[in-house]
Design a protein around this ligand. Structure first.
Ligand SMILES: Nc1ncnc2c1ncn2[C@@H]1O[C@H](COP(=O)(O)OP(=O)(O)OP(=O)(O)O)[C@@H](O)[C@H]1O
Length: 322
């Protein structure tokens, strides 16, 4: 059976800030209704990838190569106005801190009204009803009362759910989520994850979630990619990677997760090399327990490490630990 056309396809994306290359030949694809995760430690380029997709890079940032195909069109060529129309309509976004999505000086109902009005003709009253309905669908009871409040009158967890509702109000086909649970209490984190998963079940929304938390990846995603120093080093089916991680960095990430046994997690010494300092070979070499002579010179390419498990995709740029 032929595979359905991907909803989002990022091909060989290269992004630099002030001429220093950050993203290195990044490729991924997301199917309709799929939850895809990107995991990696702080500074590996996760947010840069999302801002490139959204055309929201800060000054000095530019896409130097590659394409971003969303619903069949290369949106990396879109101008600001074309992107503005797409955001909030076909593409929803939720950030780590609800404060980045919500305006502190406007009532929730005004924010919904403005978001809806940007894409369709609507009265304040109609917008209020749609907003209250959406809040209810995301398990926020008394939506009619919540919309009358300002963000500071709600808890962090409630605000994040309001932000999620706002991102979903136009029922976008793809939700981009940048560390959406990191700023929340652990108990509320689980709730927010559950709610995002319901979006896929109830609306068929695809989700691209960026996180440094392997627990979130393991709980939420169908497939995921591990990023290190601006490059995808391992990607594929979630269960394949979690049960048989082959890249030494993925193994280190998994070894760093504390558990209830009382054993100390192994952790990972050192830090990634500064961007721009490694011109060829493997960026993980200085921290890698498995490195060999040619690691600093060989070209890095994702290779199929799936061991013939049909339908269970699994790629890595190195399989020395496999
Ligand atoms: N506005 C900017 N100007 C210059 N360089 C930037 C800018 N934003 C990001 N970078 C560079 O890109 C690198 C990756 O940053 P990015 O925020 O994408 O990483 P991240 O994996 O999302 O980190 P975190 O988990 O801490 O948010 C940074 O280390 C920095 O070198």
């Amino acid at each position: 059976m032929e595979k359905e056309e991907a909803l989002l396809k990022v091909n060989n994306l290269e992004v630099s800030y002030d001429d220093i290359q950050i993203l290195k030949g990044l490729s991924l694809s997301i199917q309709k209704g799929e939850i895809f995760g990107i995991v990696g430690e702080s500074g590996c380029g996760k947010s840069t990838m999302l801002s490139a997709i959204l055309n929201m890079m800060e000054n000095g940032g530019k896409i130097s190569k590659g394409e971003i195909i969303f619903e069949g069109k290369d949106i990396s060529k879109y101008n600001k106005e074309e992107m503005r129309r797409l955001r909030g309509n076909r593409l929803g976004v939720v950030f780590q801190n609800p404060g980045e999505t919500l305006n502190p000086s406007r009532k929730i109902e005004t924010q919904f009204y403005e978001a809806l009005r940007a894409h369709e003709k609507i009265t304040k009253q109609e917008a209020g009803k749609i907003a209250a309905d959406m809040l209810k669908r995301l398990n926020l009871e008394h939506g009619d009362k919540i919309i009358k409040k300002y963000p500071f009158q709600l808890s962090g967890g409630m605000n994040q759910r309001v932000a999620l509702s706002l991102a979903m109000i136009m029922e976008p086909s793809l939700l981009l989520a940048d560390e959406p649970t990191s700023a929340l209490d652990v108990t509320v984190q689980a709730q927010a994850i559950g709610e995002m998963m319901k979006l896929r079940d109830n609306f068929g929304t695809s989700i691209l979630i960026v996180t440094h938390n392997m627990g979130v990846i393991s709980h939420m995603t169908d497939r995921f990619a591990v990023m290190y120093a601006g490059r995808i080093v391992e990607c594929g089916d979630k269960n394949e990677i979690l049960s048989n991680p082959v890249h030494p960095y993925t193994r280190s990430l998994l070894g760093a997760i504390p558990d209830f046994s009382g054993d100390m997690p192994t952790g990972l010494e050192g830090s990634p090399p500064p961007f721009g300092s490694i011109k060829c070979g493997c960026e993980f070499e200085s921290r890698c327990p498995c490195c060999e002579g040619n690691c600093t010179t060989k070209e890095l390419k994702l290779i199929d490490v799936s061991k013939g498990n049909v339908g269970k995709e699994h790629f890595a740029v190195c399989s020395k630990a496999g």
